[in-house]
Ligand binder design. Structure first.
Ligand SMILES: C[S@@+](CC[C@H](N)C(=O)[O-])C[C@H]1O[C@@H](n2cnc3c(N)ncnc32)[C@H](O)[C@@H]1O
Length: 215
């Protein structure tokens, strides 16, 4: 079903020694610093910057990614920053088929977009069940795309391979039950980003933060 996903992400990671900035996503730094540290799960953790930031701020974090190349870079990055292995764990898994029974105080999805046969709605709806009572779900996604990014485009048509999100579309996708969830944030947020050739653009992200009712 997702047989083509892993080679394509591994291939993409192998194109360069590092493909992301190595810095925590700004929304996570902002939101995460206002939450009480506990256990956290990062969906599509890439090269590990968000996991490392959370671990540095007192969280016990698990990062999951389909790419073994990304996961080995993330492990290496955490090790080089002397993050204890029990604070920052990384797993290679396809989230569309991940068999997880644990719950976490914070579940993060930062830019979990992908080309091909990628069931983002199914993955995010499954992730709702990974949030502990009283815990938070943070979903950050592209409301606009970096103009320099080819990764979002179909190589044949040059069309974006997934739709830009809005706070409304993300809430519709998540289908949070209002009897057990409180949506704390659902907004667009702007950020300055720098492309590989040094070009600067203002990008819009969609940010949704929801809290599961404490038991
Ligand atoms: C756009 S990157 C975002 C990486 C990281 N969260 C960040 O913000 O820098 C998307 C990540 O999702 C991972 N991914 C894509 N499909 C996946 C799947 N089915 N299961 C797990 N990870 C997946 C990719 O390998 C990639 O690392």
């Amino acid at each position: 079903m997702h047989e083509t996903a892993q080679p394509s992400w591994d291939d993409r990671y192998r194109e360069a020694q590092q493909i992301w900035s190595g810095k925590v996503n700004a929304v996570l730094a902002d939101v995460g610093s206002r939450l009480t540290p506990g256990t956290a799960l990062d969906l599509g953790s890439g090269e590990g910057a968000d996991v490392i930031w959370l671990a540095e701020h007192g969280w016990h974090v698990t990062g999951v990614d389909i790419s073994s190349v990304a996961v080995s870079r993330a492990v290496q990055a955490a090790r080089s920053m002397n993050i204890p292995a029990e604070l920052a764990r990384f797993t290679v898994a396809d989230l569309a088929q991940w068999n997880n029974e644990q719950t976490y105080d914070l579940v993060v999805s930062s830019f979990l977009h992908s080309q091909g046969d990628f069931d983002r709605p199914g993955i995010l709806r499954a992730a709702i069940n990974y949030v502990a009572d009283g815990g938070h779900l943070l979903v950050v996604s592209h409301a606009t795309f970096p103009p320099w990014s080819q990764a979002h485009r179909d190589p044949e048509t040059a069309e974006h391979h997934h739709d830009a999100t809005t706070p409304e579309s993300e809430l519709e996708l998540l289908q949070l039950d209002p009897s057990s969830w409180n949506v704390e944030i659902a907004v667009f947020r702007s950020r300055e980003a720098t492309g590989p050739a040094g070009e600067v653009a203002t990008l819009q992200d969609t940010v949704v933060l929801a809290r599961k009712t404490p038991s």
